[in-house]
Design a binder for this molecule. Structure first.
Ligand code: ZN
Length: 81
């Protein structure tokens, strides 16, 4: 069941979402998670974002190197004609 509050997909039968939304009551209550667990989840999400940025940068550099190499080979090929 999708949480209408945070859009998180919860397994069927879940009575309260991670964000604290209570499916029975239809309101946001305190989350079952402790503060430390919520901090750990937030840190985990931040870590995933920086990992994505890191791989995005690596991929961009690889594409630039390939484009330069391709341009070099095309120039050599045109000159050898
Ligand atoms: Zn939720």
């Amino acid at each position: 069941m999708d949480c209408p509050h945070c859009k998180l997909i919860n397994p069927p039968g879940t009575r309260r979402c991670e964000c604290g939304y209570d499916f029975d009551a239809g309101v946001v209550l305190d989350s079952y998670l402790t503060d430390n667990e919520q901090i750990a989840i937030a840190e985990n999400r931040a870590m995933n974002q920086s990992t994505r940025r890191f791989y995005g940068w690596r991929l961009a550099r690889l594409l630039i190197i390939m484009a330069v190499a391709l341009a070099y080979f095309i120039k050599e090929w045109v000159l050898s004609e």
